[in-house]
Write a protein that binds this ligand. Structure first.
Ligand SMILES: [Zn+2]
Length: 160
């Protein structure tokens, strides 16, 4: 259960029981029946842009927002946030990009929102520290529950 490393043992025992009963995926999807229509990069740009305008107006503009088929979910379950440094004239400029693993096209809306909130928070906070999670909760008060449930969903997907 690589997506769930670090969670408390009693919680993981409950997850194991759901897996053993073949009910993990259904138990997650029952609680998150709402799908989303953010199926294209164009739609994702708008979705991310709306959240950024609402909560992070002062953050640097994003140069690229896209779904990525090749993103290693194993390594980057929660998307990537890169600052690509490029020389423009004499200035070194950091370009901010957000890429979301394509499998989130099929995710419940709440999980897409969670991952976008996570990546947007990285525009302000690089590390996964207290300030980072405070910003996540500012954008999505239920952030921690959603991150856990997204990890459950990823675990269920991997089990097939
Ligand atoms: Zn992160």
């Amino acid at each position: 259960m690589k997506y769930l490393a670090g969670y408390p043992a009693p919680l993981l025992a409950e997850v194991q029981a759901l897996i053993a009963a073949g009910r993990l995926r259904d138990s997650v999807l029952q609680r998150y029946p709402q799908a989303h229509a953010v199926r294209s990069d164009r739609a994702l740009v708008d979705y991310v842009g709306d959240l950024k305008r609402e909560y992070l107006r002062s953050a640097e503009p994003l140069s690229k927002v896209a779904y990525d088929n090749h993103l290693q979910v194993l390594r980057n379950a929660l998307g990537t946030h890169t600052a690509v440094s490029r020389v423009q004239g004499r200035q070194l400029k950091a370009k901010r990009e957000i890429r979301i693993a394509s499998l989130f096209k099929e995710a419940p809306e709440a999980f897409l929102r969670m991952i976008v909130v996570h990546e947007l928070a990285h525009l302000k906070q690089r590390e996964h520290d207290k300030a980072f999670y405070a910003l996540c909760r500012h954008m999505e008060p239920d952030y921690h529950q959603l991150e856990f449930d997204t990890r459950l969903w990823l675990t269920a997907l991997e089990l097939g």
